[in-house]
Design a protein around this ligand. Sequence first.
Ligand code: BG6
Length: 495
Amino acid sequence: MSQFAADRLLLFGATGDLSRRKLLPSLCALDADDLLPENLAIIGTARSELDTGAFREMAREALEEHLPKDRRGSMATFLNRLTYQPLDASTLEGFDALADHVRSLGRGEGDDRGGLAIFLSTAPSLFEDTIKGLKQAGLADDNVRMCLEKPLGFDLASSAKINDAVAGAFPEDRIFRIDHYLGKETVQNLLALRFANILFEPIWNATYIEHVQITVAETVGLEGRVEFYDDAGALRDMVQNHMLQLLALVAMEPPTSFDAAPVRDEKVKVLRALRPTSANETVIGQYRAGAIGGKAVPGYDEELKERDLGPSRTETFAAIKAHVDNWRWKGVPFYLRTGKRLPERVTEILVQFRCVPHSIFDSVQAPGGTGLQPNKLLIGIQPEENITLSLMAKVPGLDEDGVALREVPLEIAMPDAFVGQHRRIAYERLLVDLIKGDQTLFVRRDEVEAQWHWIDSIRAEWDAKEMQPRTYTAGSWGPSAAIALAERDGVSWHE
Ligand code: BG6
């Protein structure tokens, strides 16, 4: 871990959507809880010709819109940390003025100089020019770390190009690649569940687990990001990063400690063990007009038309049967499913265990019971954070017609278990770690590249087979073929 705490945070894309919806609110919420270094200065930069006053005003509006009142603390104190310097990152001009501005807020020269954390939340097409400008202006020294937001490329080759450009100015131990799912409390809790309990690890393998399902369902559509999304699609937007990180955390071997190198070493082994998926193990879909929560919503085709864009083959839904080719997971399918305009917003992981090897209650399905069912563990990530283990129990009674068994849930609702603790925005945790310099919850280059390698193999299959997305009605669980994909194996998606 690079051992300096940043005393300045430089936000590129400071007037953009991510900054307004997540970064500024997260920083303000941290400040309200006294979790930012006392002297931390936050410098915003973007193309807009604002001055510091106007930037603070924009920030105030963003906070009022996106941060609940009870988490804002003293907004005035937070806003005072902010300054602004306009910059067109596509030209080298302007970087020197930015560097002067940044230096004027630092702790000075020598051993005592403070550190700088840079957060790039701009279009990736600007990354290379920005890095060049930073380097030339002396903002890439050994007291500077660089944080990058996705999308980091659209395939392995383009991602390698971005990574090479960043590596030209920053060593890997000062590069922080964000996958905001790793900032989610329940995602981190997966590691606690697996590695802080003796209960699960001995049965966390192909002998006892029949399959795993990972669902990331969204009700939202394109949210004004039509052009971006139409170039990306669900596979690149959600599977390449968030879903594969979830899969890696479920499937990884125990790391030796909760530190950056051991955690990321184990994740990358899983990602490299992903078997290229054949076309008949994937289903893609694109939504058409429908209704969600009783409200009519337009189809993807209509949203494109509104922007004068033609019909497209972009998938807004993907279901994939994935395989991790190693000893632990031999023969255990991982069913992944994600989509826009699905009936509910839910991210969850279902671990389906196998049946008991021999049932002493064999063939008894007494009245009032469900018969013997294999156990399952459901890990709810959002919107509810809960863990539910389904166990078999005897239905109370005199058993005159045999022992009636029924599945009962052993349930932990995290907010109830930890009353009074904030449910924090994922970026709060990631920003704190960035300022401190802890890379554990950031994605290493080899992970990103292993993720792209697998995703590219899927896309190549789709292209070779000229796969077209199947349509599904907004508000449904995707094309019926996605249900068939699991049902062929006797598996039902958890709903
Ligand atoms: C982003 C995707 O990475 O994650 C969006 O680009 C998606 O399309 C979002 O909506 C989902 O994040 P969350 O935290 O709302 O599940």
